[in-house]
Ligand binder design. Structure first.
Ligand SMILES: [Zn+2]
Length: 260
């Protein structure tokens, strides 16, 4: 197979977005102490960004494309929701296969044991694969969608995520440098995911809208099952919600202006 320009672009975009995780990780040197509430707020903001990105960069354009080619609206609707559902199911199964822990930054005070911290890190590492896949898929669908807003959304959410990784590891006893370097390495899972997405979209042009629907499903699952439960302060629902909506609105704006 020839390595196409879109393949290189998609890989480089996912690599750049993934490396931003390292930027987040090295933020640990910036401040003596980050409050859990501050990071959660950033993650909430990022969750809103990702919800908008999954709808406007993946779910909606793929739906439009499928309807454009549709011969039977019921069959098309069924195929579409099936693709979204398969995306959800894939990450769910991935989560079941690899045991992991939620909330390593939770109510256990500043110190957790190494095992707990690593189980949490595994969860973050795993969900970076579908995020990377979504970037690869979007680049494989460049005829249908401008992948830029999705890349920006994922890159932006990698900053608080990288910081979360670094803080969790530091709390488990690692040095700042080791913790930040780990965040950088974990970010490299995203370009790996992108390669899978790009290969998937290379199979046939007909598969592209379904690949996008699938990637949209995986991204939504990540937000609903990983990011929101980790960060939603029960006491500060208003603040968490406000952050999610702020992220959603900014990303919706960006999604519109990035369309040609
Ligand atoms: Zn993420």
């Amino acid at each position: 197979m020839m390595i196409s320009q879109e393949f290189i672009d998609g890989f480089m975009a996912a690599l750049a977005a993934g490396l931003i995780t390292g930027v987040g990780g090295f933020l640990i040197f910036l401040k003596k102490r980050y409050l859990k509430a501050e990071i959660n707020l950033l993650l909430n903001l990022a969750a809103g960004v990702m919800i908008a990105a999954s709808f406007f960069s993946l779910l909606v354009p793929s739906m439009q494309e499928i309807l454009l080619e549709s011969k039977n609206i019921y069959v098309s609707a069924f195929e579409y929701v099936l693709a979204v559902f398969i995306g959800v199911l894939l990450v769910w199964l991935l989560n079941l296969l690899v045991p992991h822990e939620h909330n390593a930054m939770g109510h256990h005070g500043p110190h957790f044991d190494i095992k707990k911290a690593w189980l949490f890190i595994i969860a973050i590492t795993l969900h970076k694969l579908p995020e990377g896949l979504a970037v690869g898929v979007a680049y494989g669908a460049e005829e249908i969608v401008n992948p830029l807003s999705l890349v920006i959304g994922i890159a932006a959410h990698n900053i608080p995520e990288g910081l979360t990784i670094a803080i969790s590891l530091m709390a488990a006893g690692y040095s700042k440098l080791k913790a930040a370097s780990c965040a950088l390495l974990i970010g490299l899972v995203q370009p790996l995911g992108a390669i899978i997405g790009l290969f998937l979209m290379d199979i046939s042009f007909n598969i592209i809208p379904y690949g996008m629907a699938l990637a949209g499903g995986t991204l939504l699952f990540v937000v609903i099952n990983e990011i929101l439960p980790e960060t939603y302060g029960v006491k500060n629902t208003t603040r968490s919600s406000a952050a999610v909506f702020a992220g959603f609105i900014v990303m919706t704006f960006l999604s519109i202006i990035f369309q040609e």
